[in-house]
Design a binder for this molecule. Structure first.
Ligand code: SAJ
Length: 420
């Protein structure tokens, strides 16, 4: 049976390790953090994702998965470590470097190395290969290398890992073919083979496309506020056109992908304009939300605001790059007292309160994350606790009539037709 060593037990590496373990491979799940490896071995999932708990249980029951902190001999090494932005908006590739250095010691003739982490074009060739060759082995002759960027969406990771099509870039045709064979164990989508550099940029293009589309929606939203119309209705109707699909405006773009990856393209290019502008528009949305809050809270001295939703998007417990954090910092710097509530998030930079505590003495509710459970919020359960009845809905998910009837002034992001 083939052995796969997965480096990085994060949002991608962990479910990937479980999928290989439940589809015929012996898997070592490696993470530099000992507590992560221990948790996996104790059968605890590292985050919530539909289907993940069952996969882990099955992987451990059959002894096909064991987590540890050091790489070990294997047929396949799969790198799924984070590639965050550094403070100069450059890709921080230190985790990739560290993982490759670890692998080089265990690399043997015939091995296949796969990079799943998102990286700037050229990283596999310029950074990864030279490190792997410190093993004394030679690319193509002795070992294979492929880049198979992950494409699964948080909140539906396991399903998408199985059903999405995959792009595989190889250092040579044989590397791509071997990687395809490996993933075929559980991937039901189609495979498309290409070279390393093309695979690297495809991943970045996908997320940049989405980020740019959201920036357009955010710009439309601000235009709608200026022009006294409702962008939500306008987008819905524009999307009835067979070739138009505008995404939704909101309080900004978070997560570890859309808010990060476009910068990997701009970094080495003097030609990018739309990409960085889109990033700036999306990054500016928390300022815009604060402007809406100021508009509705008016002259209330030292107002307290309640942030509903901290996660970077609906129905996940993930707060990476969340626009909520930026919004809270901005609001505090302008003298607001902020209390935050999120039904799913457990750890955050700021204290989180149960809903009623968060609403107590508040002057304004600001819905940042569109969690499904918020749709059922009952204004009658909250306003008796509040000092003033104001609501800003940045996701347009609440039943606004209900809130109006309960005496709230309501501001919806992107809706200039609303009179409050
Ligand atoms: N957002 C909007 N309006 C929308 C859609 C999203 O404001 O219409 C915001 C969300 O609230 C969130 C952010 O954008 O803050 C990103 O959320 P998302 O659901 O669009 O995407 P991610 O970051 O969770 O996952 C993306 C996916 N990429 C694409 O759809 C092209 C996923 O398939 C990738 O695997 C993932 O990035 C990744 O890991 O790269």
């Amino acid at each position: 049976m083939k052995r796969v060593c997965v480096l990085g037990m994060g949002y991608i590496g962990f479910p990937t390790a479980c999928l290989f373990a439940t589809h015929g491979y012996q898997v070592a799940g490696i993470d530099v953090r000992e507590e992560i490896a221990e948790k996996v071995n104790r059968g605890k999932t590292l985050f919530e994702e539909p289907g993940l708990e069952e996969l882990l249980r099955e992987s451990l029951k059959t002894n096909r998965l064991a987590a540890g902190t050091k790489p070990e001999l294997a047929d396949v090494f799969l790198i799924a470590v984070p590639t965050p932005l550094d403070k100069d908006r450059m890709a921080d590739l230190s985790y990739v470097r560290e993982a490759a250095t670890g692998i080089a010691k265990y690399l043997r003739p015939g091995n296949l190395v796969i990079l799943e982490s998102t990286v700037p074009p050229g990283t596999s060739e310029k950074l990864l290969l030279p490190i792997l060759e410190t093993s004394g082995l030679k690319r193509s002759r002795d070992f294979h290398l492929a880049h198979c960027p992950e494409r699964a969406i948080p909140g539906n990771t396991v399903y998408e890992m199985i059903h999405n099509d995959r792009i595989i870039g190889g250092i040579d045709r044989e590397s791509a073919r071997l990687a395809k064979e490996l993933y075929s164990a559980f991937v039901k989508g189609d495979f498309f083979l290409t070279d390393l550099r093309t695979a690297e940029i495809i991943k970045l293009m996908e997320n940049t496309f989405r980020d740019t589309n959201i920036a357009l929606a955010n710009e439309f939203a601000q235009i709608a506020e200026e022009s006294g119309l409702n962008i939500w209705e306008a987008i819905e109707l524009a999307n009835k056109h067979p070739r138009v699909n505008i995404l939704q405006p909101g309080p900004g773009v978070g997560g570890h992908c859309l808010a990060v990856d476009p910068w990997f393209i701009t970094k080495d290019s003097a030609r990018t304009r739309i990409i960085s502008l889109a990033r700036e528009i999306n990054d500016s949305m928390p300022y815009h939300v604060l402007k809406l809050v100021k508009g509705i809270t008016g002259n209330i001295e030292g107002a307290t605001i309640t942030v509903l939703g901290i996660a970077y998007k609906s129905d996940v417990d993930d707060t990476r790059e969340t626009p909520a954090l930026k919004f809270i910092k901005l609001a505090e710097s302008e003298g607001y007292k902020v209390k935050a509530h999120d039904p799913l998030v457990k750890n955050f930079e700021y204290p989180l309160y149960p809903l009623k505590e968060a609403a107590r003495d508040s002057d304004c509710l600001v819905l940042i994350t569109g969690h499904s459970s918020f749709k059922q919020l009952d204004p009658a359960g909250l306003y008796p606790l509040m000092r003033n009845r104001n609501l800003v809905d940045t996701r347009n998910i609440l039943e606004h009539d209900k809130w109006h009837k309960a005496g709230f002034r309501v501001k919806i992001l992107g809706d200039g037709s609303h009179q409050g």
